[in-house]
Design a protein around this ligand. Sequence first.
Ligand code: FAD
Ligand code: PHB
Length: 412
Amino acid sequence: MPVVSKLRVVPAHIAQRERQTVRTQIGIVGAGPAGLVLAHLLHLQGIESVVIESRSRKYIEERIRAGLLEHGTVDLLIETGVGKRLQREALTHHGIELRFNRRGHRIDFNDLTGGKTVTIYAQQEVIKDLVAARLEAGLPLIFEASDVSVHNFDGANPSIRFRVAGKAQELHCDYIAGCDGFHGICRPSIPAGVLTEFERIYPFGWLGILAQAPPSSPELVYTYHERGFALLTMRTTEVSRLYLQVPYDEEIDAWSDDRIWSELRTRTAADGNWKLNEGAIFQKGITGMRSYVVEPMQYGKMFLAGDAAHIVPPTGAKGLNLAVADVRIMAQAFAEFYKTGKTELLDRYSEIVLRRVWKAQRFSWWMTSMLHRFDTDNAFDERRQIAELDYVTSSRAAMTTLAENYVGLPWD
Ligand code: FAD
Ligand code: PHB
């Protein structure tokens, strides 16, 4: 069911005989982490917005994606009043393990970053908390919108057109926030020649599963193995989230539950007292890997945030965190505009956020390059990767570099 609350609906005028028109300050396309956090931050600044989402509430609250939050993301959710359940239910981690040649090496975040941590709390839980906060406050969030399109953002009167429950609507706004993910409509609506794309596609993807099995290790284990990368992560103390590097064009049907467990056992094998906890697999899927950035992240009165403007391979756990970092700056820029009339921060939005985006790109690319097999026949690469892992797990300087990027670079 579409949810539309507290919209100021203005009767249609002659020019738009069949279209209901609505007015707000910021029109937000997409109710992922970027769109919902932006709407929340704007509300706290007294700025009106309408969020338009193409999927149902159930769909976005069940979509399996990220699980690891940087300390800055967690602080922001708590400080802005949407972190209560997170504080009760999330798991705090003080380090990770890098495993290769059957041995584990701990990277101690506490020691290396002055006490910073990361948090396991599934993306769909963040979404549930933000949706609940918005609807409880009676603020507009429209689900199941179809035929969404953006207009006039290079002029003075931007608008978003869409259909909901069969009715055509037009949302007029001061600015449009394109938070509609990698496959959304905002980025492709920018005229040809304005944007420059930077891209790297990897020859592999991740097969991810959720299993009813307690985590085998209290912290995440990133494993380099001659057969490929594996990652042991978790959702709760009862549910494991496990990933395997697979060829980019792999079919999920090629992976029976037995084959998945057998491969995970092989890749994560370690000397000493190690055992992989196994259990019923209740979700599995394959995701491709790419690095992608578009520059600039704005055009006229439309601003892009999150996956709509950039994608990172998941090895650094940066995608959701980067989406939140973008909209934090965007909300500040809108707040400055509505308080002072100045557009200085808005004008510099791309320049400011792209500095962090590229650092996250570099880190995600580096983690991916160090931990995955690119070419199984290349013995030189294998020796080089092992040497890199050996260095990263023995030099305090190298461990600090990994740790400070992993927990999240400072906001400003
Ligand atoms: P999205 O979450 O994609 O949200 C966009 C929203 O827009 C969606 O709800 C979509 O339905 C909606 N939409 C699309 N088109 C339209 C339209 N035309 N009209 C209206 N609405 C539209 N990141 C991390 O930080 N940590 C991790 O541990 C991590 N692990 C990951 C593991 C995997 C396997 C994958 C695939 C990703 C992972 N990520 C991780 C990345 C993270 O999930 C994304 O970066 C994050 O979802 C980006 O948020 P977003 O709001 O920009 O985009
Ligand atoms: C996850 O928990 O899903 C996760 C954690 C760390 C990553 C990627 C995914 O690097």
